[in-house]
Ligand binder design. Structure first.
Ligand code: NJP
Length: 231
C-alpha cells in the first residue's frame, strides 16, 4: 500500500501527473477534484490503491468529509498535495471584487481548508508531509497577473509561517514554485518553459525533493527558476 497521499486537483495537469508518479512509486492515493468522473477517467481503476472522491476545495465541510473518508478507508494520510488552483489573468481594473475573491477562495482558502482538515491527524502521528503547489508568481509579480500573484504570495506567506509551526510537530512542508507548464492552466495558454517538464515536477514531489532548475542559471526566487523548496 505504501504511503497514503491526498491530492487535490488530480483530474488533469500537474495534479494528475503527481498522482500518477505516486501510484507508479507504489503509493496509495486519494485523488480528488470537483469532477470525480474526470479523475476516474484519468486513471486505471485500482480499488486497493486509488480512491477517487469529488472535492471542491472551497467547501471546507466537504474537505473535512474527504479527510474522514480517506482515514476510514486507509487509516492514514501521509502526504497532502495542495495542488488545486487556477489563474485568471488581466489588467487589475477589469476584475470584479467577486473575481478577485474567487481566486483567493480556491488558491489560498481552499488550501487552508484542506490542510486544516488533515493536520490534526498528522500532528497525532507526529509525521506527514504537506506539499503546496504555488508558482513562480508567488515569488515575482508581473503586470496582467497581479491578482493571481496576490493569491500565490498569500499562499506562500501562510505556508512559510505555518511550516514553522508544523516542523516541531514532525510534519514537513515542501513548497513548489513552477514556471509555465504545459497544462490546461490559463485555458491552455501556459506553454512549456525551460528544461523542466511536468513529469520532472511530479517525480520531485513524489520523492519529496527540493530542487532548482540551474539550466537557466536561475537561483531560488528568480522568475526563471523552476523550484521546489523545503520550508
Ligand atoms: O492546472 P489545470 P495545472 N476545487 O487547470 C482542479 C499551479 N501552476 O495543473 O475541479 C478542487 O490543468 C481541476 O479539476 P476540476 C496552479 O496555480 C501551474 O496547471 O474537476 N479542484 C484540475 O484537476 C495550480 O495550483 C502553472 O475542474 C479544483 C486542477 O485543479 C497547480 O499548478 C504554473 C478547483 C487544475 O488543473 C495546478 O495547475 C504555475 C476547485 N475549486 C503554477 N478548481 C502552469 N500550468 O503553467 C480547479 O506557476 N480544480
Amino acid at each position: 500500500m505504501g504511503k497514503v497521499w491526498l491530492v487535490t486537483g488530480a483530474s488533469r495537469g500537474l495534479g494528475r501527473e503527481i498522482t500518477r508518479a505516486a501510484l507508479d512509486a507504489g503509493q496509495t492515493v486519494v485523488a480528488t477534484a470537483r469532477s470525480a468522473e474526470a479523475v476516474r477517467d484519468a486513471f486505471v481503476d485500482d480499488p486497493d490503491r486509488l480512491h477517487v472522491l469529488a472535492l471542491d476545495v472551497t467547501d471546507a465541510e466537504a474537505a473535512r468529509a474527504v479527510v474522514a473518508e480517506a482515514l476510514e478507508r486507509f487509516g492514514a494520510i501521509d502526504v497532502l498535495v495542495n495542488n488545486a488552483g487556477y489563474a485568471e489573468l488581466g489588467f487589475f481594473e477589469t476584475f470584479t471584487d467577486a473575481a478577485v475573491r474567487r481566486q483567493f477562495e480556491v488558491n489560498l482558502f481552499g488550501a487552508m481548508s484542506v490542510a486544516r482538515a488533515v493536520v490534526p491527524h498528522m500532528r497525532g502521528r507526529r509525521s506527514g508531509l504537506i506539499v503546496t503547489i504555488s508558482s513562480v508568481s508567488g515569488v515575482v509579480s508581473n503586470g496582467g497577473g497581479s491578482v493571481y500573484s496576490a493569491s500565490k504570495f498569500a499562499l506562500e506567506g501562510w505556508m512559510e509561517g505555518f511550516a514553522q509551526e508544523l516542523a516541531p510537530l514532525g510534519v514537513r512542508s515542501l513548497l513548489v514554485e513552477p514556471g509555465m507548464l504545459r497544462t490546461e492552466f490559463m485555458d491552455g495558454k501556459s506553454a512549456s518553459f525551460g528544461g523542466i517538464q511536468i513529469s520532472d515536477y511530479a517525480e520531485a514531489v513524489a520523492q519529496h525533493r527540493a530542487f532548482v532548475d540551474q539550466a537557466n542559471g536561475a537561483q531560488p526566487g528568480d522568475p526563471k527558476a523552476l523550484a521546489a523548496r523545503i520550508v
